[in-house]
Design a binder for this molecule. Structure first.
Ligand code: KIV
Length: 261
């Protein structure tokens, strides 16, 4: 059954939520009805488009991929990640999120940022756009921070993250993705708010988990963050299959009698 904001929020404290990313209809169809929600993450700019970071993903690209994912997974709650530079002020954020809602079937958008983005989240939620927050390690800050830095390592950092989560919740966000945070910090943040905290590299003391599909299927080979669990080695499976195909073509083993007209 397709989740709703209410059913997602009711899960807090009762059952763990599962989120996975998807970028196309083919894979979204395989994930449909298995997970609670699918995130069309701007990580697609790296694993799908081959760029070094997420920053050059455009709004039109996110809309294109979200349309495909919604087609493939009609029974799953889909969230569109708002790309870098599309929510720097209330006016642009509202205009761009309305475009996403009008051109796709996404049920919500996700934006990166803590307390400083609360006014933007409030603008969106008060205009009927459901928002998932994203705090902790924020990949759209990679250039300003000079890398992907784990957060929540000291008391001050934990205090700031808790305030970020509270301000986002008060602005009307229905859930928060918490990325790259020490487990003790995650635990305190999860306790501090009533909305679900979905962790990635944030330990087990949260309300649910999200993984990037191409990481958990072992297809993305450029690097493997510590928190990723590879459920299959997709890269080797695909390479072996292609190698077998090439051998079959060369040896005239493909196509055989049943594969001809
Ligand atoms: O873009 C993305 O895939 C994300 C996940 C890492 C949560 O934001």
């Amino acid at each position: 059954m397709k989740q709703t904001i209410t059913s997602i929020q009711k899960a807090k404290g009762n059952r763990k939520l599962s989120m996975i990313t998807a970028y196309d209809a083919l894979f979204a169809k395989l994930f449909d009805e298995q997970v609670d929600f699918i995130l069309v993450g701007d990580s697609l700019n790296m694993s799908f488009a081959g760029h070094e970071d997420t920053l050059s993903a455009t709004l039109d690209q996110m809309i294109y991929h979200t349309q495909a994912v919604c087609k493939g997974a009609p029974n799953t709650f889909v969230i569109c990640d708002m790309p870098f530079g599309t929510y720097t002020n209330k006016k642009d954020a509202l205009k761009n999120c309305i475009k996403v809602f009008q051109e796709t079937n996404a049920s919500a958008v996700k934006i990166e940022g803590g307390s400083s983005k609360a006014n933007i989240i409030k603008e969106l939620t008060s205009n009927s756009i459901s928002v998932c927050g994203h705090i902790g390690l924020m990949p759209q800050n990679v250039r300003i921070e000079g890398g992907y830095k784990v957060k929540g390592k000291d008391e001050q950092s934990i205090k700031t993250l808790i305030q970020d989560a509270i301000d986002i919740q008060n602005a009307g966000a229905f859930a928060i993705v918490l990325e790259g945070v020490k487990e003790e910090a995650s635990k305190q943040i999860t306790k501090a708010v009533n909305i679900p905290i979905i962790g990635i590299g944030a330990g087990v003391e949260v309300d649910g988990q999200v993984l990037v599909w191409s990481d958990m299927l072992g297809l993305f080979e450029a690097f493997k963050p510590k928190f990723v669990r590879e459920y299959i080695n997709g890269a080797n499976i695909v390479k072996d299959a292609v190698s077998s195909y090439v051998k079959d073509v060369q040896s005239l083993n493909f196509p055989n009698e049943s594969e001809k007209y």
